[in-house]
Design a protein around this ligand. Structure first.
Ligand code: ATP
Ligand code: MG
Length: 440
């Protein structure tokens, strides 16, 4: 992408409305624009990051055996009347009428709709287990939308829904999502801690919020420090291995971790002082086993091996991609701007041409741009006439992991400077060495 032809509206001033660093940086770098309260457009730079986050979520959902579909944002009120939630949901639900005066709503979640899909097609235990997910916009008329896309009214959610014959199988489905979440957040460069969450009338211990630690987080969290060193399940993890999945769950729930809602002060105080972690956190995911809560009122049953009808046991598993993007920024930035983990960076590398019009600068820059692009890298080429200082500041601000600086003096002898955004380390090398460094 040539910056001169791109749409990346960088703001010079810090936007006044932004209270936290991720919101400020997302506005300054032109990643998002608020269209009305808590409703955002994702501008090109932001869209690139969001797509990369979604791609990782998708890969890990698929790896764990979940199957993607796409359900609509608008839902008929009828389904929600069946489950009893139409009345119960309250003011967070945006209720709409179509031209025939039929009550509709903008989905805040999809349990009812996915249960309807399930009951329409699946009649036998032989088709279980099943886990269906989508990545789709939700609307919740939050009383206090704030911090940009961290808590917005319209937001993206990956929501998966598992269906099993009985509780035992449903627990395995739960454990698979648990492990998939550990992998997902790790690949996003985050250390997320699963914390026991309220299960309400369902009971049991199968509800976890995945929380990343950040000073600006809205949740108060208490945990054991050991989480920092726990191993993440590897790529070769066998998600069909029931005992293996259970072992991962057991390990990751073996030490204390809770949000303030579930906090047990006595249990926390029993942890040695130096291992106690009391901090603030951001909820980036939430998984929940809820048994027959929806299958019962909505009649989602399958024939079991015993020939009898069984209500299916369900769980739901949410991740918020549009919250994850600011969460990653909260976890990874410095005074000059964002520092993207490589896995979600909008571009892999930025080529900074210090003097467009200079024969050597243009030749080397164009060569880098073409060669790296052909090697499958996402390259931003700063070919603008901006001052050097502006170019450096922009590159740091948008947080691309590697910068290649092409200045007239070194270009004349075939050399460029490579700067690593995270460490600030700079090194002068030949064009070939720079290409090898990035593609090697
Ligand atoms: P919160 O407690 O933060 O309001 P929640 O518990 O209502 O969230 P869930 O219903 O568990 O949210 O939704 C699953 C995921 O969707 C959350 O873990 C979060 O990542 C994301 N999410 C929920 N509400 C919002 C929002 N208003 N803006 C952005 N992301 C959200
Ligand atoms: Mg939640």
């Amino acid at each position: 992408m040539r910056l001169s032809r791109y749409f990346m509206p960088i703001l010079k001033e810090n936007p006044k409305e932004a209270e936290i660093v991720s919101h400020r940086l997302m506005l300054r770098t032109g990643m998002v624009r608020q269209q009305s309260q808590g409703i955002y457009s994702w501008l090109p730079l932001g869209k690139r990051v969001l797509d990369k986050v979604n791609a990782i979520i998708r890969e890990e959902q698929n790896r764990a055996g979940a199957i993607e579909l796409l359900m609509p944002t608008l839902q008929s009120a009828e389904l929600w009347q069946e489950s009893g939630r139409y009345e119960a949901y309250g003011k967070e639900m945006l209720r709409i009428k179509d031209r025939q005066e039929r009550p509709m709503l903008y989905g805040p979640t999809n349990e009812e709709m996915v249960t309807d899909i399930f009951r329409s097609y699946i009649k036998s235990y032989k088709n279980l287990p099943l886990n269906l997910y989508h990545i789709q916009l939700k609307f919740r008329d939050e009383i206090r939308p704030r911090f940009g896309t961290m808590r917005s009214r319209e937001f993206l959610m990956k929501d998966a829904y598992s269906f099993d014959l009985n509780k035992e199988d449903a627990v395995h489905s739960y454990n698979k999502m648990f492990a998939a979440y550990l992998r997902t957040f790790d690949r996003l460069g985050l250390r997320a801690i699963p914390m026991r969450a309220d299960t309400g009338p369902i009971g049991g211990n199968h509800s976890h919020e995945f929380i990343i630690l950040a000073e600006t987080g809205e949740s108060e969290v208490f945990s054991h420090r050991d989480f920092v060193n726990f191993d993440i399940p590897g790529e070769d993890t066998n998600f069909d291995d029931v005992a293996g999945m259970q072992a991962i769950f057991d390990k990751w729930t073996s030490v204390y971790a809770a949000t303030s809602e579930m906090h047990d002060a006595a249990a926390f105080d029993a942890i040695p002082d130096s291992d106690r972690l009391s901090a603030r956190g951001i909820e980036v995911g939430h998984i929940f086993y809820f048994g027959t809560k929806y299958s019962e009122p909505m009649g989602a049953k399958v024939q079991g091996p015993d020939g009898k009808e069984h209500l299916v046991h369900m769980g739901s598993y949410g991740i918020g991609p549009t919250r994850l993007v600011p969460a990653i920024i909260e976890a990874s930035h410095d005074e000059n701007g964002i520092i993207w983990p490589e896995s979600v960076a909008p571009f892999d590398v930025v080529v900074i041409n210090m003097k467009p019009g200079d024969e050597a600068c243009d030749r080397l820059s164009e060569n880098l741009y073409a060669t790296l692009g052909n090697a499958g890298k996402d390259v931003l080429y700063d070919d603008t006439d901006d001052r050097a200082g502006t170019k450096f500041a922009t590159a740091d601000l948008i947080g691309v992991p590697v910068q290649i600086i092409v200045g007239p003096r070194s270009a004349a002898v075939g050399e460029v400077e490579v700067k690593v955004r995270r460490t600030g380390a700079r090194e002068v090398m030949t064009l070939e060495a720079a290409l090898n460094r990035i593609t090697g």
